[in-house]
Design a protein around this ligand. Sequence first.
Ligand SMILES: [Cu+2]
Length: 523
Amino acid sequence: MVSTWRSQTRYLTSMVVTLMLIFLIALPVLAQPATTAAPGKASPPAASQALVKKHADKADPSLVGSWTAPIPWGVTAIHAALLHTGAAGQVLGWWYPLGTATHSPAKLLDLATGTVTDVTIPFDGDFFCAGQTVMADGRVLVTGGLVGNPYPGVPDKGHPLTAIFDPVTATWSQGPSMNFARWYPTNMEMSSGKILTLTGKNADATAIVLAMEVLDPATNQWTTLPSSANIPPVSDTYLKMKQLPSGKIFEAGANAQTRMFSPATNRWTNVGKMNFGTRYHGASVLLPGLTKVLTAGGTLTYPGGGATATAEVIDLSAATPQWSYVAPMNIPRYNANLLLLADGTVLVVGGAQTKKYSDPVHVPELYDPLANTWTEMATQTAPRTYHSTALLLPDGTVWSGGSDDPFNVNTGNAYEIFSPPYLFKGARPTITTAPTSVGYNQKFTITTPDAANIRTVALVRPGATTHDDEMDQRYVILPFTRGSGQLTATSPPNGNYAPPGYYMLVIVNSNGVPSIMPFVQLM
Ligand SMILES: [Cu+2]
């Protein structure tokens, strides 16, 4: 928590520099041809264009859920990851060093007790605007960041450093450096358990890194992919990557032209083009079923453009997949978090409307993919704009934190918990026992007194998120049969459906109420 005037001044100064930096970074993007809707394209459905809407109309928690007040924890979680450790899971959050500090501040929140532990990264390196993935063994890989020690130092330049957090020992270690410096990269775990890292600004801050590279956690070595795998020069930072059951990987923005990458051939093909155009700082999520991707929000011109409320879905199982408008959000926004919930619905949390920290949206909305409806939820206290994060927790609630808005330091340094409406709709089904690990394509038993009225069994991937890029989240529905006091589920066929690692196991009853979700390691 920033408490003295001196540190406050230093903080604000560093923030002004940050804003300038990010503007400068955006210049190459602004210099690209403007992306506008081509004539003859389908118009988006009518959406509310009310710019600022701060309060939900209803108060019944079974309709709109409820929020806690902000809870201080001493770190602005520009980055956040859910860990499988502790009795109820833990949240790791970190951001940039301030002033003359050279280590990135980090905190560990134990969800069972609320205890917060300082786990500041113990070596030099600014792991701010980095990539992150929870690897198959539960350790968190953080890639790249900003050259700028002491912060703000030399801006714009990426570094190739990596850091690995082991949640079992609650300690950081230095990982192998990447072959390329990257600031604003995306990580994703591939079906093999290897980590694909791509995009990001280079060491000179002159361009986006086009080469992709892969970390093999078994050998701790990075391998650069052949140049045929390079991303197109027009690509954005923080590309939104989704592992598909086909084995291919879909890139769902920000660029209007979306693409498919084949790890088998190391080649890209264009697949679909978003009707809205390029959605700078929009969000996207792979929907349950693993064949459709939802994108929502964003802006055509960044920074400083107006936000859109529009949303689109692409069905990647179609012969010729195309983006189609679906129901728009009620409230335009960008820099929001798009989060899969325990029942397979999608929550959009936070966001801004005109500038990175301006006109914050305090009203989350719940998207039901089956009904194609967005419903406004209860109002949260804190502005969760640029550099905000959100995670689904094992108890089915939502953690919302971050945003380094210099005028809301106290709320940026605090988190809030949202209880979705499904927690106010009667008794929860309970999982009495479940395995702690399971292989692929295996039947396994879940004992529960609620077997008779369970409608869904699923594995939910813990989040690892920054910059509206929920890098690995997925909701994998499992086939199951019912027995007396138990369910027999079948695990995913292979890593294309669910890359190896820790998942939250959920059962959802016929009222749409999810259980508390124990961790199971898929291996
Ligand atoms: Cu950033």
